[in-house]
Structures are given as structure tokens and as C-alpha cells.
Design a protein around this ligand. Structure first.
Ligand code: SF4
Length: 902
């Protein structure tokens, strides 16, 4: 494999979104777009990409990019400065605060989007040279409970299996994972196993997600009861004679205590059913399937990790695999699905406050070893503050300087309004970013440092199966943007550590990282890539994806761990962990009768700073919403398509209501992606309680007590604009990218006459207006040279007009005379169909078009694909197609019945 695919003349790189780590081929001559395809030779995806990866070419524009260093001046404005001035300023302020208040008065908050080389340099500076372990990362919000569970059970943060296990398993158990939306390429791989080999699938989730559409068994358990379910399973395995006694004896300790605790939590199928809210037959079926299937992989993700009992949940799962010896064998393993593209790289580096470096801890021996390797003058000797604690310390004024790199904590942390307010108290607040504006930058950043973005930067990332892949630049870095590792190194040099940060390239950093992993290792630590410590610049440039460990003494990487024991505790044995009796810290009350679950949607990523600029990705679910069970909707008076105010003890949001049987009674679901930049009242992180797991420090994002109430708006409408529109205050709005500009959906109580004033204030061209005074309708469009510059529709909430046809006309360079005449009718002059919300992002196929095809006889996803192409590229929409088929048939049957009865 080479850095460039010769046939396509495309650069080989890696997708910057989820932890699947798909290989990408990218070709681009300029910023207007890039040809993107999956790399057929990459072993994570073999050429496949999901909707997000496929749309990467739409995210490369420079609008909104931070291109130069900026410092906030005395007048409060950000002003461009030279790099040397910005770096001098950061170093001088850090030095002053450290000298005055000590090293624990400063902190770094990093990101699973950083490259391993960036992570390595930041971790080395803070822990080895500043002398504090206040380095944490947004990965704390993603997989910290898996790390803590692995370390308790295995003695190291080791993922035992690999993706090939998903091809070879006979049973795939997905718990707390909506893989169909969040890890789509891996999910298609599991579906391929089902189709090819007949593997069965069990999906365990309080919410019936798209992942459940393909399940042989769906277990809609009560929130927070995974520990009970897997405790019950352990008891069942012990009672049915499928334990691997030999494995338990030779390679583990603590089994009897763990089994005794499991018995006290869920001693039978009946008690498990009661504890989890599942039916006894369903529990029994799951236990039977697990017991009778040696090749079983249990995959878990944020539904398990993001919990105040997340580590215990992880260990309850690991216990079942250890007890049956189903670990590290082909088709048999527990498997943590990592959310972020390089959370694993951050873990390798030690970029979490409770790790030191290279899978070494804060033990005296490890501290001494790392100190000697780094020649560190002032190494941290104890754990630092984890993310939530870190922001609490900022709020208390204990941390006075913070450097945020490549993440948006003002949106993503729990109790996000409090986190945002804390940032304003900092004496020094530095942000390294790609964008000029986001909620974190706008929370009072004093220094902005322009970092290179995906497509420009170069280094490595590690995916969920421990595979290190190259991210390679294929675009010229714009403006004065620099790699993050360079920015941190320059500050380190100015702090007086030039010799230790004398890196000339990302390859230099990688070699040192690899050398540290092997330093005095001798097989005692799992993470060892010593074979790469002398890689040349040329070999690094051409480096193919490689799994770790890759020890110097071994020619081949190790694909799996622990089939024959060899754990990383001192006695080389695994530990069974007796989990605590599960109890939700988040009790509901009369005022907060529901539990709020938060999560992700198929076509957006994190706080949308990248995925939100793709028009294609904005079409699937354009508005922030809350999903409610029909009985709860009735009980609280909210209606499908209306608005609701969601309140918790921490904040409030106003969201669009989606009433759905897929949601469990007593639970609400809201996606996390919208920020103050993309919506007026949808910062869902602000609703989330800051309760954390006592071991992992990971916050409970899945069960905050909440209330819901209807929220009425008299008028609704939309704006399409070539420039980012600023809507009047008091208006509820959400913004998405559309082809040719920006689209805002809005709702409010302002009179249409006020909208006419607003339109006149922004119009820059010929303004055409339509009024229906009696009906409360106002529509207007501003055209310049037959192209729509701005278009506004507003009307009564029940009938505000659809934006599908105006959106298609807005995308055109020029309107025909007939199109111009028809524009304000919202109807098409030339047969442009109202396709409805987009289901297939790859081919832009809408729900209405798909439902019409189903009604006309397309009764399978394949038939829809043949007719409309929907679902034939990335496959991310296939579960939704299946759901639409089932739903449309029910509706058709109901209509037939109604006609027959009449
Ligand atoms: S599954 Fe999708 S988002 Fe994840 S790495 Fe692959 S293409 Fe990117």
C-alpha cells in the first residue's frame, strides 16, 4: 500500500468522524470540493463509507475558518497578531500563572479529534514539564468507562478483539449502541455476516433504534439496568454448565465473589426480568442464545459508557466473556466501540488525567520510567482533574489558565451552561481551533490559534480495533494554520523546554511515541509499537494501517489478546469484578417525571462544526427534536410536529416534538448536536446532570430527570439566504447548510408585518412580496440577476408552507421567468417534486418519494434501491427504508380497512 492510490491518483487518508476509522481516498485540486471514496484496501472498511464519510468533500470550504492567530485586545475585540506574538503571549501568561499559583492552576482540555502526535506533545508538556496531570479530553465523555472497566479486569486498557470477529461471530450482542447510525460501516459488516453466515443479532437498548430493525431479539430494558441483565446472564451461565472452568482457574481471579454478587443482583430469569423491566421469555431467550453460542461478540458503546455506573456495566459484560473464555478468540470477544476517530490514540498516549503516558500509570515505577525517558524536570506524580471536575475547578477559580484544543466543551459537557459560564472566569483562556466562532470560542477565549483541519494535517489515528492509520494532507494548509503538535511544541520551547520539544515533523513525534511505548516494556505493557520507533520519514509517509501491538521482536502485529490469558496485572491474571448493586442516581420526581436520554443522529457529528457545513447531511434531520412516547405525549399535552419545552434542574431547551413508539414510556430522547451557533434553544448538553461514574469520571448522559410541556408558536416559516442570516431576537430558529447558502427554519409570535420589515432590512436586490393579510401569510424573495439572494416564507403554524421546492430553486444559478413567477407560491413550475425529508443522503431521495414507491409495489429495500437508487451506496439508510416499508404497509392496510368498513 502506498500514500497515494496510483490508479485514482488519490491520497490515502482516514475519515475524521467515528472510531471505525475508515480508509478514504481523496482527490482535490482546490477548496470547492473533493472527490471522496472509500479505500478498497483499508481493512476497516474495504471501500465502504457511510453518509458522513461520503459527504466529506462538501466540508472543505474556508468560510468560517480561523486562518490567523488572534488575541483579544483591551477593547474586547479579537485582533490578528503574528504567530510569534501569540505564542510568546501564551507562554508568558502560562509561565506567570504557574510561577504564582503552581502547576495545578493550569489545564489542557484536548480532543479525540486530535492526531496521536498532537496528543503526545500536549501530554508530554503538561505531565512531564509543567508538572501537572490536568490534561483531560472530550474522550472522557465517550469511552472513559470502557477504559476503567478494561483496566480493572485486564490490568490494562486493552481491546481484546478485532473487526474480523464481527465477520466470524455466530451471535452479535449490541448493548447501548445504535451502531446503524453511529458506526454504520461496521454495522453493515455485521449485517453481511447475518446474511452470509446466518449470525443472529440481539439488540439491547431502552430505545428501539434503527439498529434494532435487524435484530433477531430486541430487549428494550429499563434505563440503567444493563448490570442487572449481565449479572443475570452470569448466574445463568454458571447454572447451565457453560462456564470455562479451566480458563477461570488458570487465567482469572475473583470469580466466586463476582458470581455471588451477581446472584444478589439478579439470581434468576425472573429476578432479572423484574430488575430490567423485560419479559421473562425475552430474558430467557437471550440467556439461551448466549449460552449456546461459543462464538459471541458483545459490542457496547455510549449507552453503557455514559452512565454514573458505566464502569460496573462494562465489567458486568466482561465477566460473562471471561467466565466462558470467550475472549480474544476468532468470533468471540467483548468489544468496545469507540465513538471518536482518535479516542484510542489519546488512550495510547495517556492523554487522560488518570493516565500517565503510553499505558503507564501513576505508580512510582512508571513515574520514574517516564521521567527518565522524557528527561522530565518536573513530572506529575498524581492524577489530575477529569473533565467535569476540571470545569468545576475552573468555576471555583482554582484553575486559572485553560488551553482547549479541537473541541467544544461549552456545548458537549454536562451542565453545559455552567461550563460555559466557568470559561468566562479564566485568567487565561486559549483555544486552538479550525473555526473562528463556536460556543467555546464565544465564551470568552482570549487567544485563538489557527490549527490545520482534516485534509490539511498529517499524522496518525487509531481505530476501535487498535489499528493505527495515517491521516494525510491533500490540501494546502490555508492562511497561517499550523499543526497542533507544532503549536504546542512552540509554546513548550518558549517555556524553556526546547531540547525536549525539538520536533521537526509529525514523523519525529511518532518515532518518540513509539520508542516510549517500548521503553523498558518487555511484554509487561500491552501497548508496544517499538517496531516503528526507527521508521524513516519515507516509510512513515507510506505507512499502511497497522494493528498494535507491534513489538520490535515480532515480525507480525498481534491481532487478538487473552485467548490464552496473559493479562497485564502483576500476576498476569484477569480480575472478575463484583459490580455494585445498580441504582440510578437520577431519581425522577413529581416536577421531573421523565428521564432524558441524549445521543447522536445518523448524519451529524458532535457539535456540527464539520458535518453541519454539508448540505447533503443537513437534509436528513434538519431540526433539533425530542422523541416522546405516544402515551407521554398525551399525558403532557405535546403533539407530533409541535414544540415542547424540556426542562431539567440544569437548563431548558425548546425542541420539535417527534411522537414515536420507538421511545420507551417515561423516557425522552434528544440529540446532542445543536449549539448556540446552529439553533436558538437546543443546547441539549445544558440539560444534562453533571453526575459522574466514581471510577471513570464519565458523566451520566442518559437519564437526567426532566419535564416536558407544550410550547406554542403562532407563526412558522423559513429563510433561505446566501449569507448567514441573523434573525430577530425572540424567534426560535435552527440553521442548516443548503445548496448555495444557509437555510433557517423558524417559529415565533412576531407578526408577519415584522418579517416584512426584517426582509426589507436585509434585501439587496429586487424584492418581490406576497401578502395574504387575512390568512397571516407573508412571502418574499430578493433576486439579483435572476438568482435568489434571500427568500422568506412565514405563515400560521398549521400551514406555513414547505421549503422543498424553494430550496431546489435557491440552489439554481438563475431562475427561468416561469420559475420566478411561481417562486412565492411554493409550487414547482416544472415538476420539481416535494420529496419530503431526505432519507438517502447519498442520492437525495426523500421520504415521500420512497413511500410512493412502496405504495406502488416496491416491497423490499432492494426493490426501492432498484427503483430509486436509495440505499445502494453507503447503506446507512437501509434500516430506515425497512421501517418505512413496514410503516407504509400498516398505513395502506388501515386505509383499505377504512374503505371496506365505509
Ligand atoms: S463509519 Fe462513517 S463516520 Fe465512521 S469512519 Fe467510517 S465513514 Fe467515517
Amino acid at each position: 500500500m502506498t500514500a497515494v492510490d496510483p490508479a485514482r491518483r488519490a491520497t490515502r487518508t482516514t475519515c475524521p468522524y467515528c472510531g471505525v476509522g475508515c480508509g478514504v481516498l481523496a482527490t482535490s485540486d482546490d477548496r470547492s470540493g473533493a472527490a471522496i471514496s472509500g479505500d478498497p484496501e483499508h481493512p476497516a472498511n474495504f471501500g465502504r463509507l457511510c453518509s458522513k464519510g461520503s459527504a466529506l468533500g462538501e466540508t472543505l470550504g474556508l468560510e468560517g475558518r480561523l486562518l490567523h492567530p488572534m488575541i483579544r485586545c483591551r477593547n474586547g475585540r479579537m485582533e490578528r497578531v503574528a504567530w510569534t506574538d501569540a505564542l510568546d503571549h501564551v507562554a508568558q501568561r502560562f509561565r506567570h500563572i504557574i510561577a504564582r499559583d503552581g502547576p495545578n492552576a493550569v489545564a489542557f482540555y484536548l480532543s479525540g479529534q486530535l492526531l496521536t502526535e498532537d496528543y503526545y506533545v500536549a501530554n508530554k508538556l503538561m505531565k512531564g514539564f509543567i508538572g501537572s496531570a490536568n490534561v483531560d479530553t472530550n474522550s472522557r465523555l465517550c469511552m472513559a468507562s470502557s477504559v476503567a472497566g478494561h483496566r480493572r479486569a485486564f490490568g490494562a486498557d486493552t481491546v481484546p478483539g478485532c473487526y474480523e470477529d464481527l465477520d466470524e461471530a455466530d451471535l452479535l450482542v449490541l448493548t447501548g449502541s445504535n451502531a446503524a447510525w453511529c458506526h454504520p460501516v461496521l454495522f453493515r459488516r455485521m449485517i453481511a455476516n447475518k446474511q452470509r453466515r446466518g449470525a443472529r443479532m440481539v439488540v439491547i437498548d431502552p430505545r428501539r433504534t434503527d439498529t434494532a430493525e435487524d435484530a433477531d431479539l430486541f430487549l428494550g430494558l429499563k434505563p440503567g439496568t444493563d448490570t442487572a441483565l449481565f449479572s443475570g446472564l452470569l448466574v445463568h451461565l454458571a447454572g447451565t454448565g457453560v462456564l470455562d472452568r479451566n480458563y477461570i482457574e488458570r487465567h482469572t481471579s475473583g470469580f466466586e465473589e463476582a458470581l455471588a454478587r451477581a446472584r444478589s443482583i439478579a439470581g434468576s430469569v425472573a429476578t432479572t426480568a423484574r430488575a430490567t423491566g423485560l419479559s421473562e421469555p425475552d430474558v430467557a431467550a437471550f440467556f439461551r442464545m448466549f449460552a449456546e453460542t461459543p462464538r459471541v461478540v458483545t459490542l457496547y458503546s455510549q449507552g453503557v459508557n455514559q452512565s454514573a455506573q458505566g464502569t460496573d456495566k462494562v465489567n458486568a459484560i466482561l465477566n460473562c466473556h471471561l467466565a466462558t473464555g470467550r475472549i480474544g478468540r476468532p468470533g468471540a470477544s467483548p468489544f468496545s466501540l469507540t465513538g471518536q476517530p482518535n479516542a484510542m490514540g489519546g488512550r495510547e498516549v495517556g492523554g487522560l488525567a488518570n493516565q500517565l503516558a503510553a499505558h503507564m500509570d501513576f505508580t512510582p515505577a512508571d513515574i520514574d520510567r517516564v521521567r527518565r525517558f522524557w528527561k522530565a524536570p518536573r513530572i506529575a506524580t498524581q492524577e489530575g482533574l477529569k473533565a467535569v471536575q476540571m470545569f468545576e475547578a475552573i468555576a471555583r477559580g482554582e484553575i486559572k489558565a485553560l488551553w482547549v484544543t479541537g473541541t467544544n466543551p461549552a456545548v458537549s459537557l454536562p451542565d453545559a451552561d455552567a461550563a460555559r459560564a466557568a470559561l468566562a472566569k479564566l485568567e487565561l483562556f486559549v483555544v486552538s481551533e479550525n473555526v473562528r466562532s463556536n460556543d467555546t470560542v464565544n465564551a470568552g477565549a482570549q487567544v485563538l490559534l489557527p490549527a490545520q483541519a482534516w485534509g490539511e494535517k498529517s499524522g496518525t489515528v487509531t481505530n476501535s480495533e487498535r489499528r493505527i492509520s495515517r491521516q494525510r494532507g491533500f490540501l494546502a494548509p490555508p492562511g497561517e494554520t499550523r499543526p497542533d503538535w507544532w503549536i504546542v511544541s512552540e509554546v513548550a520551547r518558549r517555556l524553556g523546554f526546547a531540547a525536549a520539544f525539538d520536533f521537526a515533523s509529525e514523523a519525529d513525534v511518532f518515532r518518540e511515541h513509539a520508542a516510549l511505548s517500548a521503553f523498558e516494556n518487555g511484554g509487561r505493557r500491552d501497548f508496544d509499537i517499538g517496531a516503528l520507533q526507527t521508521v524513516s520519514n519515507e516509510a512513515f509517509d507510506a505507512m499502511p494501517p497497522v494493528q498494535w501491538p507491534l513489538r520490535q521482536s515480532e515480525a507480525q502485529p498481534q491481532q487478538r489478546f487473552f485467548a490464552d490469558g496473559g493479562f497485564f496485572a502483576g500476576d498476569r491474571k484477569a480480575r472478575f469484578v463484583a459490580p455494585e448493586i445498580p441504582a440510578l442516581r437520577t431519581e425522577t420526581s413529581a416536577g421531573r417525571p421523565l428521564r432524558l436520554n441524549t445521543g447522536r443522529i445518523r448524519d451529524q457529528w458532535h457539535t456540527m462544526t464539520r458535518s453541519g457545513v454539508s448540505p447533503r447531511l443537513g437534509q436528513h434531520l434538519a431540526e433539533p427534536f425530542v422523541e416522546v412516547h405516544p402515551q407521554d405525549a398525551n399525558r403532557f399535552g405535546v403533539v407530533d410536529g409541535g414544540f415542547a419545552r424540556i426542562a431539567t434542574d440544569y437548563g431548558q431547551c425548546v425542541l420539535k416534538v417527534v411522537v414515536s413508539e420507538r421511545q420507551q414510556r417515561g423516557m425522552l430522547f434528544a440529540p446532542i448536536h445543536w449549539s448556540g451557533e446552529t439553533a436558538s434553544a437546543a443546547r441539549v448538553g445544558a440539560l444534562v446532570a453533571p453526575f459522574t461514574d466514581p471510577l471513570s469520571g464519565q458523566p451520566e448522559n442518559k437519564a437526567t430527570p426532566a419535564s416536558i410541556a407544550p410550547h406554542e408558536f403562532v407563526f412558522r416559516g423559513f429563510v433561505l439566504s446566501r449569507v448567514q442570516p441573523v434573525l430577530p431576537p425572540q424567534v426560535w430558529w435552527t440553521r442548516v447548510a443548503v445548496s448555495g447558502g444557509y437555510g433557517c427554519l423558524f417559529a415565533g409570535n412576531a407578526d408577519p408585518a415584522d418579517w416584512s420589515c426584517w426582509m426589507q432590512s436585509v434585501a439587496d436586490g429586487d424584492l418581490a412580496e406576497y401578502w395574504d393579510f387575512g390568512g397571516g401569510v407573508y412571502r418574499a424573495a430578493c433576486l439579483a440577476e435572476d438568482r435568489i439572494e434571500t427568500c422568506l416564507f412565514v405563515g400560521p403554524a398549521r400551514d406555513a408552507g414547505d421549503w422543498d421546492v424553494p430550496k431546489q430553486l435557491f440552489a439554481a444559478d438563475a431562475l427561468t421567468a416561469e420559475q420566478g413567477r411561481m417562486l412565492l407560491s411554493g409550487k414547482s413550475a416544472d415538476g420539481l417534486a416535494n420529496a419530503g425529508p431526505i432519507v438517502c443522503a447519498c442520492f437525495g431521495v426523500g421520504r415521500s418519494t420512497i413511500c410512493d414507491a412502496i405504495a406502488a409495489g416496491a416491497t423490499s429495500a432492494a426493490a426501492i434501491g432498484a427503483r430509486l437508487k436509495a440505499g445502494t451506496n453507503c447503506g446507512s439508510c437501509l434500516p430506515e427504508l425497512k421501517r418505512l416499508i413496514a410503516q407504509t404497509h400498516v398505513e395502506l392496510d388501515q386505509n383499505r380497512l377504512a374503505r371496506a368498513t365505509n
